[in-house]
Design a protein around this ligand. Structure first.
Ligand SMILES: *Cc1c(COP(=O)(O)O)cnc(C)c1O
Length: 380
């Protein structure tokens, strides 16, 4: 055990250096200390404010509406895919990790035709390849891409892919779950019909609400597409815009927390400000871990400042479970890897984490290596 006090959040909990749920601010947690009914005027006003502000994150005011979906992020992804891809449609799914694969599974279960263009987890899709696939298959109506594939932390080329998809007159659907609010996505420049994200990643709310920002004209055209009652985005939007009410119990505490989280997001400078803090977190992490001898999976050019995948060192005394537990004792929760290309672990840069937290994490890793007798390389 280290002699210094373990790191902790404002509530004494360990810091979550994970892909989510994440460490939130104290004020976000405090926003939940209420018992409001779903018809309470304060809740309705808060919900309306949340839905009105979300399109601003992608500079999509006027053209896009936010349709919330109760549940974790995957519920919003499933709602987006099954509402937007019609029964006689066909999706091209770009896969380089678990979230791309999950989209394929959703389409299979919903009985939607799809084809996959898969690259390995450390390789982004090639726009030229997509161009050829769309040219060769006129039946493809939609393309699905993950903005930051959290499996590895890779940044996929959404802008270049969107240009190809638009040129072919097809529609783009984006899973921006782990990137939304940290990586710019400008709806005035990038052509897409819908983007899905959630309350608990870079917006720094608590888990429990997903949402889809939908181009209004495209959402109108989804009427009758849904294969489930609960995940019907068209119906959800109709109910909310006509009565201000959710069709089914809303997670009011989650929405109240998201309202507060969005105030903090804008106060930090929106996507630009938050993205800057995360980029600084990632820089401190990668440089510090590099000095200790750890190597990242991805080259800097492909690395999003969201979550960093490190190769598990080959040192005989390095045992991941011991490393994980020792860091947990020092107040830091990291995440195992789930790659097929290499043995790895992941460290997140997102959530209410600041430069000092990342520096403290690197110091804790150094202590842990010494304790394990697994010093990888003397510091440069
Ligand atoms: C977190 C995440 C999701 C949603 O995961 P849930 O566990 O359902 O919240 C989807 N796509 C990506 C890229 C993610 O990072």
């Amino acid at each position: 055990m280290s002699s210094t006090k373990p790191a902790s959040s404002t509530t004494g909990d360990p810091l979550l250096l994970t892909p989510g749920p994440l460490t939130t601010s104290r004020s976000v947690k405090e926003a939940m200390v209420h018992d409001w009914g779903s018809r309470d005027a304060r809740f309705i006003a808060i919900n309306r404010a949340v839905l009105e502000t979300l399109p601003r994150v992608i500079l999509g005011e006027g053209a896009f509406v936010a349709v919330p979906m109760q549940g974790s992020g995957t519920f919003a992804i499933e709602a987006m895919l099954t509402s937007f891809v019609p029964r006689d449609g066909k999706a091209l799914v770009l896969v380089n990790g678990a979230y791309g694969r999950r989209a394929r599974t959703i389409l299979d279960i919903a009985g939607r035709a799809s084809v996959v263009y898969e690259t390995t987890e450390d390789v982004p899709p090639e726009p030229g390849e997509i161009d050829a696939m769309l040219a060769a298959d006129a039946a493809i109506t939609h393309v699905f891409i993950v903005h930051c594939e959290t499996t590895s932390g890779i940044r996929n080329p959404v802008e270049a892919v969107a240009a190809v998809v638009e040129r072919h007159g097809r529609r783009l659907l984006i899973d921006a779950m782990s990137a939304f609010g940290a990586l710019e996505l400008d709806a005035r420049e990038v052509a897409f019909d819908a983007v899905a994200a959630s309350s608990n990643k870079c917006l720094q709310g608590v888990p429990g609400l997903g949402f889809v920002l939908a181009r209004k004209s495209a959402l109108e055209a989804t009427k009758g597409n849904a294969t489930t009652l609960t995940l019907d985005l068209f119906d959800q939007h109709q109910a909310l815009s006509s009565s201000g009410q959710y069709r089914f119990t809303p997670p009011i505490h989650v929405i109240a927390a998201l309202h507060q989280a969005l105030e903090e997001f804008w106060a930090e400078g929106g996507t630009a400000g938050r993205g800057r803090r995360y980029a600084e977190n990632a820089r401190i992490l990668i440089q510090g871990m590099g000095r200790l001898g750890f190597r990242t999976l991805l080259p800097e050019t492909l690395q999003a400042p969201i979550i960093v995948t490190f190769r598990t060192p080959e040192h005989e005394r390095f045992v991941f479970q011991r490393f994980y537990d020792a860091l947990r004792d020092r107040g830091f929760v990291i995440y195992p890897g789930k790659l097929t290309v290499a043995d790895t672990f992941r460290v997140g840069c997102i959530g209410e984490l600041h430069a000092a937290d990342m520096a403290a994490f690197v110091a804790a890793v150094k202590d842990t290596l010494l304790e394990m007798g697994a010093g990888l390389r003397t510091a440069a």
